[in-house]
Design a protein around this ligand. Structure first.
Ligand code: FES
Ligand code: FES
Length: 163
């Protein structure tokens, strides 16, 4: 008898992997409980808060809404893939207090940092609108992201980071 579930191949945080998932698993479940990537948080569980944000083929998605099988043959990046030490200006600006929203905020901010042309057509608050925060009033998040973008622009890039 074959093992239960579905086998999928994907690239997770830069590594090509084979994984067996249950048909009903959300991408969030697969990451947290299947792979131990607990940086990705569950807040609302229904696509409202952005705490579960990961990058799917480089674009932020709510992993609580995505069936895990939809990651098949695709690229998934979680907060664990963001280089440590690169978050200084983002986190020093008061962008985080309780921290519940922070992994999702970091992933959306990382997407903006890697696609800086977005800021030519969208405001930072608009780009971050999918990530709710109950603590900071958002000013720290927006200031931190602005400083992070500036530090990248001045050539202070992380190795292999902002594209
Ligand atoms: S937990 Fe996914 S959007 Fe809130
Ligand atoms: S820092 Fe508490 S929800 Fe954002």
């Amino acid at each position: 008898m074959s093992a239960p579930g579905i086998e999928i191949k994907l690239t997770l945080n830069g590594q090509s992997i084979l994984a067996r998932i249950a048909q009903e698993d959300r991408l969030l479940d697969f990451l947290r409980y299947g792979r131990g990537l607990t940086g990705t948080k569950e807040g609302c569980g229904e696509g409202e808060c952005g705490a579960c944000t990961v990058l799917l083929d480089g674009v932020p998605v709510n992993s609580c809404l995505i069936p895990a099988w939809q990651a098949r043959d695709r690229t998934v990046e979680t907060v664990e893939a963001v280089p440590e030490g690169e978050l200084g200006s983002l986190l020093e600006s008061g962008a985080t207090q309780c921290g519940a929203c922070t992994p999702g905020v970091v992933m959306t901010a990382w997407w903006v940092r890697r696609n800086r042309d977005l800021v030519e057509t969208h405001g930072l608050r608009e780009l971050m609108a999918g990530n709710l925060c109950r603590c900071t009033g958002y000013d720290g998040i927006i200031e931190g992201l602005g400083a992070w973008l500036e530090s990248a622009q001045s050539g202070n890039e992380e190795p292999g980071g902002a594209a």
